[in-house]
Design a protein around this ligand. Structure first.
Ligand code: FAD
Length: 437
């Protein structure tokens, strides 16, 4: 049996490793870019100096995969087309500028996604951040050109992580976003504090504005304002890397995501897919989910490996979209469906703000949580939280409650671990249950 994997980072390298644990099948991984198996999520923190040295970002190399796992990884090899019926792929060997075909019994697609770019933003001082190569380019530009004034465009979590890290590195940062709603995964009554948090840390925030022209270092905005920047980094959202599948018989959504079933099979049973490029479903409601986060890729990798060895033996129950971000001394987090999906439900919301542990302790900090639950079933649809301390624990409790199908009323019964330094006898989780009565 021969298995080919496309993409050698979060999903691809993990599924290849998981499969090797279960089987001695031949495994070949094709990766179009320079690097394999690096920690995407750690890249902003390397730029900010929180990860050092650089090689801590690299979990495995072609030679370590070959030696330790007998897996062949070919970097700079781009798969340009897939023939599902012939079980064949066409591969471009980028360095040697030649193409060849390869065959498979099983194919696993983990091609990830690409950062969207704005045509107006051209120049050797304009960057995006998706992989280690991008990170090296950004780092080298800052070091060799002495870049000091940096414009970061975009209002998502990657933009915020870059802002925090480059600010911590001592650079002058401006954030530009075309609307005033930053970090759409979290509720607006919480994210409205983000501009103040950024400004308190010395970041200039430009909202409801866009780049009109870029002339060398000079950026002119639609509002007419002009600023000079040594460097621009854009984080405007992503699109799935699935153009090479357009001519295959693999079913894609209108947005280009690969459709998979509960076994991560595509419409072709011997072709699986995982990671940022797929559309799967939510676990707790019957809605499609396109969630570009690492947990799903890792879970799918394990499930696919089991299903290749033992077809349809392991079923995936879906994602909750649990996400979290640190922004200087604050944490923002959410779980469940997106705010715009709530309109499809008859829901109620319960909100609570209280200290993260006993209020009489000197270092007690406020946490706010909103929980949305279905009026009839009282099951949780979504929750959003922010505060300085303890947000991660509360969102993880709510995610676990959602996995266990708990109702909002059962939040009263969650017996939290209490000492004044960790929580309160009526923790915010319990209070949400009482308030929903
Ligand atoms: P990737 O890990 O991107 O791997 C896809 C690989 O496939 C790429 O290397 C690509 O070059 C290759 N490829 C594409 N097309 C082809 C082709 N035709 N032929 C050969 N190779 C191909 N998630 C979190 O949950 N928490 C975080 O804190 C977090 N932080 C992040 C920070 C940054 C800066 C970034 C960029 C992402 C972050 N993520 C985070 C998202 C997480 O990294 C992704 O969800 C995860 O990497 C998805 O795995 P993947 O295998 O689908 O894609």
């Amino acid at each position: 049996m021969k298995v080919i994997v496309i993409g050698a980072v979060a999903g691809g390298a993990t599924v290849a490793s998981q499969l090797r644990r279960l089987s001695d099948t031949e495994i070949i991984v094709y990766e179009k870019d320079r690097d394999m198996s690096f920690a995407n999520c750690g890249l902003p923190y390397y730029l900010g100096g929180e990860v050092t040295p650089r090689n801590k970002l690299i979990a495995a190399t072609e030679s370590s995969f070959k030696t330790n796992k007998s897996i062949t990884v070919k970097t700079y090899h781009e798969v340009v087309s897939v023939s599902a019926e012939n079980k064949e792929i066409v591969v471009k060997d980028i360095k040697n500028n030649r193409t060849f075909t390869d065959t498979f019994d099983y194919l696993i697609l983990s091609p990830g996604a690409t950062q969207v770019r704005l045509p107006v933003l051209q120049g050797n001082h304009v960057f995006t951040l998706r992989n280690l190569e991008d990170t090296d380019k950004i780092n080298n530009f800052i070091e060799t050109e002495g870049a000091k004034d940096i414009l970061i465009i975009g209002g998502g979590y990657i933009s915020l992580e870059i802002i925090e890290n480059l600010k911590n590195r001592g650079l002058n940062i401006t954030m530009l976003h075309r609307s005033s709603h930053i970090l759409k995964s979290v509720d607006q009554d919480m994210t409205k504090h983000i501009p103040d948090i950024l400004e308190a840390h010395g970041v200039r925030v430009l909202l409801d504005d866009e780049v009109k022209t870029l002339d060398g270092k000079t950026v002119q905005l639609k509002s007419g304002r002009k600023f000079d920047y040594d460097m621009i980094i854009t984080a405007l959202g992503i699109k799935p890397n699935t153009q090479f599948l357009q001519s295959s018989k693999i079913e894609l959504t209108d947005s280009g995501h690969i459709k998979v079933n509960a076994y991560f099979e595509t419409n072709i049973p011997y072709i699986y897919a995982l990671g940022d490029a797929i559309q799967t479903k939510y676990r707790h409601v019957d809605y499609p989910a396109q969630i570009a986060l690492a947990w799903g890729a890792h879970r799918a990798a394990s499930i696919i490996a089991h299903n290749i060895v033992n077809p349809q033996s392991t079923k995936f129950n879906g994602l909750l979209g649990t996400n979290i971000i640190r922004l200087f001394d604050y944490t923002f987090s959410s779980v469940g469906i997106t705010p715009n999906m709530l309109d499809n439900f008859d829901y109620e919301i319960v909100q609570q703000t209280q200290k993260h542990h006993a209020g009489y302790m000197l270092d007690a900090e406020q946490i706010s949580i909103n929980v949305y639950f279905d009026k009839k079933t009282r099951k949780i649809l979504r929750a959003s939280a922010f505060g300085r301390v303890g947000v991660d624990k509360r969102i993880d409790i709510i995610a676990t409650a959602m996995i266990g199908n708990l109702t909002i009323d059962e939040f009263k019964d969650i017996e939290i671990a209490y000492s004044p330094v960790y929580s309160s006898p009526k923790d915010i989780i319990n209070m949400l249950g009482y308030k929903a009565e």
